[in-house]
Design a protein around this ligand. Structure first.
Ligand code: COA
Ligand code: ZN
Length: 301
């Protein structure tokens, strides 16, 4: 069976968009539970300003509690200060964030795209010297809340730069969930005429209920790395109305049903989603979770 790499982003991309405050114990237990589901790559937290994103404060302690686990725990670093915190904590895997949209980068990390690239080039050099793994995020690839539709050319150029500076993987995001499967299909066709998708991940949000269709369209292009967030947690603090990441359990349900091997237990993920929901003010949005366990047998092919 062909393998798919699944990257769970709930503990960072998911939690940072919730209005609840979460204890460290909760954040650590969430990651432990996800690891027990079979997840081997997780975005575990971020070293950002605790004033800007209080949900991610003390990510050092999250890493400290989990560092002995044999999984890839990645932490988002928005700037030099965040990188220094990651180094001091002993983190082995970092994520850098930029976007195709100038306005979106400015709102998020208060830099221009070019400035973010310059800062990240410097950080990447040092990270590589320290043998750290680097994941690059390129957001708003299909559309931006401020600038509208984005060009494939800028996604290609920025992805090239992220790989050139030493990113091991680049995740291309439909950050606000506006992509249509046809746009996605055409996007990958153009993208692949210039670049290999070997270490490229796809990151969809489910605002319009099209995330699974967009993953299906992406699979045609031989992308084999997908991001998701347990229960469909998430949103975007800089994009009103954007809903959460595609739910991890829906991604696993789709992929396993198509005959791909993810190494992740759907049943365990659903149990984790149920546990997670008991800590939230609002019900989880994941449609698969909402219908489970009654119809779970449908995922078996
Ligand atoms: N970790 C901790 N604190 C940080 C920090 C970091 N990585 N970067 C900045 N800060 C603090 C500064 O120490 C300063 O604190 P003070 O007010 O107590 O002196 C304050 O944040 C502002 O610092 P400044 O250098 O002026 O940063 P800025 O305003 O240009 O930008 C950001 C700060 C962008 C890093 C901050 O707003 C942030 O972390 N935003 C969240 C970004 C994010 O997570 N986006 C989601 C990605 S999808
Ligand atoms: Zn996301």
């Amino acid at each position: 069976m062909e393998k798919i790499k699944f990257v769970e982003v709930g503990p960072r991309d998911g939690l940072q968009n919730q209005t609840e405050s979460f204890s460290l114990d909760f954040r650590i237990e969430l990651i432990e539970r996800l690891v027990n589901c079979g997840v081997e790559s997780l975005e575990a937290g971020s070293f950002v300003s605790p004033k800007a994103i209080p949900q991610m404060q003390d990510s050092e302690k999250v890493f400290e509690a989990l560092k002995s686990k044999a999984v890839d725990l990645s932490f988002l670093v928005p700037n030099r200060k965040g990188f220094d915190r990651a180094v001091t904590a002993g983190v082995r895997s970092i994520a850098l964030f930029t976007a195709t949209s100038e306005a979106f980068v400015q709102k998020n990390i208060r830099m221009s795209i070019d400035d973010s690239m310059r800062v990240f080039e410097e950080i990447s050099r040092e990270a590589k010297d320290r043998k750290m793994r680097i994941r690059g995020y390129l957001s708003t690839v299909f559309g931006c809340p401020y600038e509208g539709r984005q060009s494939v050319t800028s996604a290609i150029e920025l992805t090239k730069r992220l790989f050139q500076m030493g990113c091991d993987e680049v995740s291309l995001g439909d950050t606000i969930g506006v992509a249509h499967p046809r746009q996605v299909r055409e996007f990958w066709k153009d993208f692949r005429s210039e670049l290999s998708v070997k270490n490229v991940a796809a990151h969809f949000h489910d605002t319009r209920g099209a995330a699974l269709a967009n993953i299906l369209a992406t699979l045609e292009s031989e992308v084999r790395i997908f991001d998701g967030s347990v229960g469909g947690l998430g949103g975007c603090p800089y994009a009103a109305g954007a809903s959460g990441n595609v739910a991890s359990e829906e991604v696993i349900w789709l992929l396993e049903g198509l005959g791909f091997e993810t190494g992740i237990s759907l049943e365990e993920l659903l149990t984790t989603a149920a546990w997670l929901e008991t800590h939230l003010k609002n019900p989880l949005k994941s449609k698969l979770y909402r219908s489970a366990p009654k119809h779970l047998y449908y995922h078996k092919v």
